[in-house]
Design a protein. Structure first.
Length: 122
């Protein structure tokens, strides 16, 4: 269970500054936090990248996304926010997994994915 506050070399996710930063000795690459009620959650880099993409494309609704993340933590108490729940960076007993679309879809905040394979082929 995370208990120690991170050192100076920790890349800061400013959106989560209101939470206490925790260190998980089993995985120092994934950000861990604790809210004022003692709920613990992790933000994997892939989730954070997805979240930042929504901030870039839907800035007017980004506060709603952060509020929904906070509500998810309060509801489930132990959450790992991951890019891919089938292949998370970390696994912890008793935690649930949420992807960015688990947060944004219920809010009806969508970003069109225009990336697709090349039309040039064999």
């Amino acid at each position: 269970m995370p208990v120690k506050i991170f050192g100076e070399n920790y890349m800061e996710y400013v959106e989560f500054n209101k939470y206490q930063k925790l260190e998980d000795p089993k995985n120092k690459l994934v950000h861990a936090y604790q809210d004022e009620e003692g709920n613990v959650f992790y933000i994997e880099p892939g989730f954070y990248d997805g979240m930042k993409g929504f901030e870039e494309k839907r800035a007017e609704r980004f506060a709603e996304i952060l509020a929904a993340i906070d509500e998810t933590v309060k509801k489930y108490h132990k959450v790992i926010f991951t890019a891919d729940f089938e292949n998370p960076w970390i696994e912890r007993e008793g935690f649930i997994y949420r992807e960015i679309h688990d947060i944004t879809d219920p809010l009806r905040i969508f970003v069109e994915d225009k990336s697709r394979g090349s039309d040039y082929g064999d």
